[in-house]
Design a binder for this molecule. Structure first.
Ligand code: SDX
Length: 390
């Protein structure tokens, strides 16, 4: 049989990927980047410091981080021709499609300097992706709202440059809001890696064929786009807005989920690995209250999310299936309060996850036992048979 029936093959040898980058304990709700607990990094580190940690395995010295930060800032400009690439896309293009295609297009400008077997090219391509992906992401946002693209301002930090590219306009001086800046830094750190999730496994698989970091990351962005993966943060906000607009009670919605009516799921709940509370979701929920209060925003969707969580956590349907909020459940409410449109939420996830993708690509690339990826298969189709005589 094939398709949706579950088949008991007994022992299936699924060769697990070995990695030294991130540790997750799904039962205990533990997440560590290179041994450091996510709770400590999220509260005290920075996006680029954690990126260095994931990629190189140790925390950078102050000088190393300064030099890297300076090098990244000097690569934020996009080739002027690449900026015209955006005008070829329809104004309704989803920012994730824009991000993945513009990232693949980046390859065409740097093919002569992105050879995976040349260590200098590997370093330069890593810097170029960290520098240019946020600019592409911001241009995808600007395109979706019909506003002019700004040039990066290299006097600003990584996160502040990103915020200004998204929300600044030519005609005014952009004021950085420190609350938004700090909250976004923390959210990006929480997304930087998560071991062998679907998009990271995609990056490793594509890279294992000898494809460069641009092509591998572009593939990872496409995998992340799916609503069961990174697209869930956008799907959560759509779900909350539908409940609010329908006038349906939260309890009635939960009943529909439990009855699997029209395949409806509680988006932002459940996880392949966490069968307990996702430690990131806890940190995001804390941030949500603080950021909305500091911004003076009261969003009824946050109240709705909390009511939904409360009902689900006390319902045996979810308890039996060990379904808890994951990282996507509360992030959208914060992104919305920051001013990002819903369709940009998964793009923000991609910017967060970029260092993890680059770290895993590199770990695979420099693995002496490296082999081209080829997942195992168990054949369950037709036995041999003859072609009918006609
Ligand atoms: C991310 O891998 C990663 O690390 C990913 C990620 C990362 O950082 O990279 O953490 C980011 O992708 C988080 C997940 C975001 N996705 C969503 O929030 C979408 C909603 N969640 C589900 O689609 C689901 O929970 C998955 C895909 C996340 C996990 O699915 P599993 O572990 O394969 O669970 P399953 O599909 O085998 O379901 C087991 C049972 C089923 O019910 P029964 O058939 O036993 O009756 O639980 C039910 C499912 O129907 N179920 C849900 C549910 N998730 C699972 N029911 C309602 N709502 C849900 N969200």
């Amino acid at each position: 049989q094939t398709g949706h029936t579950t088949i008991d093959y007994g022992f299936v040898n699924t060769a697990a990927t070995k990695s030294a980058i991130t540790y997750i304990d799904g039962d205990e709700g533990i997440l560590r980047y290179r041994g450091y607990p996510i709770e400590q990094l999220a509260k005290a580190s920075s996006y680029l410091e954690v990126a260095w940690l994931l990629i190189y395995g140790e925390l950078p010295t102050a000088d190393e981080l300064d030099a890297w930060d300076h090098r990244i800032r000097r690569h934020t400009l996009l080739h002027e021709d690449l900026k015209r690439f955006f005008s070829a896309l329809p104004p309704t293009a989803h920012p994730m499609s824009v991000l993945s295609s513009a990232t693949a297009a980046l390859s065409t400008y740097y093919e002569h300097e992105s050879d995976p077997d040349n260590p200098d090219h590997v370093e330069l391509t890593t810097v170029r992706l960290l520098a240019k992906l946020p600019v592409i992401a911001a241009y995808a946002h600007k395109k979706s709202i019909g506003q002019a693209f700004l040039y990066p301002d290299n006097s600003l930090s990584f996160v502040d440059n990103f915020l200004r590219l998204n929300f600044g306009v030519m005609s005014e001086q952009y004021e950085i809001n420190p609350v938004v800046s700090q909250a976004l830094e923390r959210l990006l750190i929480l997304h930087e890696d998560h071991e062998q999730n679907a998009s990271t496994s995609t990056v490793r698989l594509v890279g294992s064929t000898g494809a460069n970091q641009f092509s591998s990351v572009s593939a990872g962005i496409n995998a992340l786009y799916g609503p069961l993966h990174g697209g869930a943060n956008e799907a959560v906000l759509d779900m909350l807005a539908r409940i609010r607009d329908s006038g349906e009670s939260v309890q009635r919605f939960v009943e529909r989920v439990k009855n699997k009516e029209d395949g409806v799921k509680l988006m932002g709940f459940g996880h392949r690995v966490y069968k307990n509370y996702d430690p990131r979701a806890k940190l995001v929920k804390e941030s949500a209250d603080a950021v909305l209060a500091e911004l003076g925003v009261h969003d009824p969707l946050l109240d709705l999310a909390k009511e939904l969580e409360e009902i689900a956590l006390n319902d045996e349907y979810f308890q039996q299936r060990r379904l808890y909020p994951n990282v996507d459940f509360y992030t959208g409410v914060i992104y919305k309060a920051m001013g990002f449109p819903t369709r940009m939420f998964t793009v923000l996830f991609a910017i967060g996850r970029l260092p993890g993708w680059l770290a895993h690509w590199r770990e695979m690339q420099y693995d002496p036992q490296k082999k081209i990826g080829r997942p195992q298969q168990l054949y369950v189709g037709s036995p041999e048979r003859d072609y009918p005589r006609r």
